[in-house]
Design a protein around this ligand. Structure first.
Ligand SMILES: C[S@@+](CC[C@H](N)C(=O)[O-])C[C@H]1O[C@@H](n2cnc3c(N)ncnc32)[C@H](O)[C@@H]1O
Length: 290
């Protein structure tokens, strides 16, 4: 049982809630233009490093004729995805040794995974399992905009907590998180280097601004609560990795403060007090053909 990512790096709620928003149907047309897939065909799509499964679920909705398979190394993510996203097959597996025969998929796709896996294995395995003419899609997050409102800024207690964590925490190195980052120029070159042709790039912009009236209140609340979950699960990861350095009282106090702040943010939203805090994600999509 492998739970490295869900326990020590990013929790289920952090990834699932943020990706449900990132791959909400209102942004589908941007992705579909960049993916440029033939929807009339019964495509066989493999998502590599699917995490808790939000992108696989979106692909199932956006390409109803497709068979979608999601694969991840983390057992907790796979169990959660199986229970949460209908119509997709999820399985545990290693992206560096895919459990599939050569030439068996029309599409391979991943979101924020390429930077964590050694490139010759990451691209090589996808090239192997794709059919001739198959499409490899690599999605990665680029520098966007994140504006925190005053009511969510860390107080003195929280600042000291995170300062101590940063001095002690070695989980990024230990678990090879972001060990293979690539710039917007390096990514397409790498895809070419590993055998793909007709390389193209595209960008989707996902604007999450709770106070913007174009978003219904349930989506605005989902944006605020996705950030709350991220903040709470970051404390859970500290509990898992640095239990000897923090008392239960300290981590409980951190959770209490985070919840109080996000309750305030929701209350301000409900009162119609506009803060215009925002998270704008830019997702790069690199497309190559075998
Ligand atoms: C940043 S998370 C992204 C998860 C998901 N794509 C999303 O956007 O929510 C990176 C994912 O890659 C998975 N992963 C890392 N190395 C892997 C490997 N060698 N094989 C399979 N999955 C891997 C992790 O378990 C984690 O779920």
């Amino acid at each position: 049982m492998n739970v490295i990512w869900s326990k020590y790096v990013q929790g289920i709620g952090t990834l699932y809630l943020s990706r449900k928003l990132r791959f909400d149907d209102r942004f589908a047309s941007q992705y579909k233009v960049a993916f440029d897939l033939d929807e009339t065909k019964p495509l066989r799509i493999l998502e590599i490093g699917c995490g808790p499964g939000a992108l696989s679920g979106a692909l199932r909705r956006w390409y109803p004729n497709a068979e979608v398979i999601g694969l991840d190394r983390d057992s907790e993510f796979i169990q959660f995805a199986q229970a949460s996203e209908n119509g997709v097959t999820f399985l545990e597996g290693d992206a560096t040794a895919l459990p599939f025969a050569d030439n068996t998929f029309d599409v391979t796709i991943s979101n924020t995974v390429s930077e964590h896996i050694e490139p010759s294995r990451f691209y090589g395995e996808q090239y192997r399992v794709l059919k001739p003419g198959g499409v490899c899609l690599v999605l990665s997050s680029r520098k966007g905009i994140h504006l925190t409102p005053d009511c969510l800024l860390p107080d003195e207690f929280e600042q000291q907590f995170w300062q101590k964590v940063s001095q002690l925490d070695d989980s990024m190195e230990k678990y090879a998180v972001c060990k293979y980052p690539m710039s917007e120029a390096e990514l397409p070159l790498a895809m070419k280097q590993y055998g793909f042709q007709e390389i193209r790039t595209g960008y989707a912009t996902v604007d999450l601004t709770p106070d913007d009236p174009k978003y219904p209140s349930e989506m605005a609340r989902a944006m605020i609560n996705a950030n709350r979950q991220n903040a709470l699960e970051a404390i859970d990861s500290v509990t898992a990795t640095l239990a000897d350095h923090f008392s239960i009282a300290e981590t409980d106090e951190m959770r209490r403060r985070v919840n109080a702040k996000y309750d305030t943010r929701i209350a301000l939203y409900d009162q119609g007090e506009l803060l215009w805090d925002t998270t704008v994600s830019i997702i790069m999509i690199v497309r190559g053909t075998k």
